[in-house]
Design a protein around this ligand. Structure first.
Ligand code: PEP
Length: 247
């Protein structure tokens, strides 16, 4: 299924300060002025940049996502950031279960399910990230792993809006990209899961992430069920981010 518009989301991870982020957005908005862009843009800066970027992007084609959130609504959780805070700062989306959260910070599917619950309560739109490791792929377990991640994180999910990002762990920040065929096959599996799970499963945008760049974006975006891209490294430069958005 083809969604209009496709979505190009940039995950800045722990890069770009507030002032660097504002320079990026100024540049992007200046180039986009007066241009028709057929794709929707999302930027995911770190927490400190959410509010200034949301303010700078208000009324433009760029929406803002947070990279993470607490599973708690409020309280004595030093260092954590609640969904209500993200929403108040101007975020419309939040990444849940990015592979760096899963693999560096040990976030489990059960924790992600708890995070999804508070996201829904507060009315932000989650971007649930799933993906297998290289070892799991080589063992032929990629589809089983991704299906299990979806099943466990979405257990009891009662929201009506969701994005899924398929990000094979071995392709993130490595320069290795899934072949268009790998992406097509996994996106078809994810769509099958979403259709079986939700009456609105057909409407869920499924993004591909993993070393997407200007040189491979068009081919990836041409695959059925690839409804957009989640971009890390190539989203740190406004020119390459724009090139991807305009391929
Ligand atoms: C990401 O961080 O979600 C990502 C896909 O990174 P990169 O594009 O650098 O592989």
């Amino acid at each position: 299924m083809t969604f209009q518009p496709q979505i190009i989301a940039g995950n800045w991870k722990m890069n770009l300060t507030v002032s660097q982020g504002l320079v990026f957005v100024d540049r992007l908005l200046a180039v986009l002025k007066g241009r028709e862009l057929s794709r929707k843009l999302i930027l995911a800066p770190n927490f400190t940049s959410l509010q200034p970027l949301a303010t700078a992007c208000r009324g433009s084609v760029i929406e803002i996502a947070a990279q993470n959130c607490s599973e708690h609504e409020a309280g004595a959780f030093t260092g954590e950031t609640s969904i209500a805070m993200l929403k108040d700062a101007g975020a419309a989306y939040v990444l849940i279960g990015h592979s760096e959260r899963r693999h560096i910070f040990g976030e489990s599917d059960a924790l992600l399910a708890a995070k999804l619950k508070v996201v829904i309560t507060e009315g932000l739109v989650p971007i649930l990230c799933v993906g297998e490791t290289l070892e799991q792929r080589l063992q032929g377990d990629a589809v089983t792993v991704v299906t299990r991640q979806l099943t466990e994180a979405l257990a009891g999910f009662s929201g009506s809006q969701l994005l899924v990002a398929y990000e094979p762990v071995w392709a993130i920040g490595t320069g290795e990209t899934a072949t268009p065929d790998d992406a097509r096959q996994m996106h078809a599996e994810i769509r099958k899961f979403l259709r079986a799970e939700f009456t609105w499963g057909d409407e869920v945008p499924i993004l591909y992430g993993g070393s997407a760049k200007p040189g491979n974006a068009a081919e990836l975006l041409a695959q059925p069920e690839v409804n957009g891209l989640l971009v890390g490294g190539a989203a740190l430069d406004p020119e390459s981010f724009l090139q991807i958005a305009e391929v």
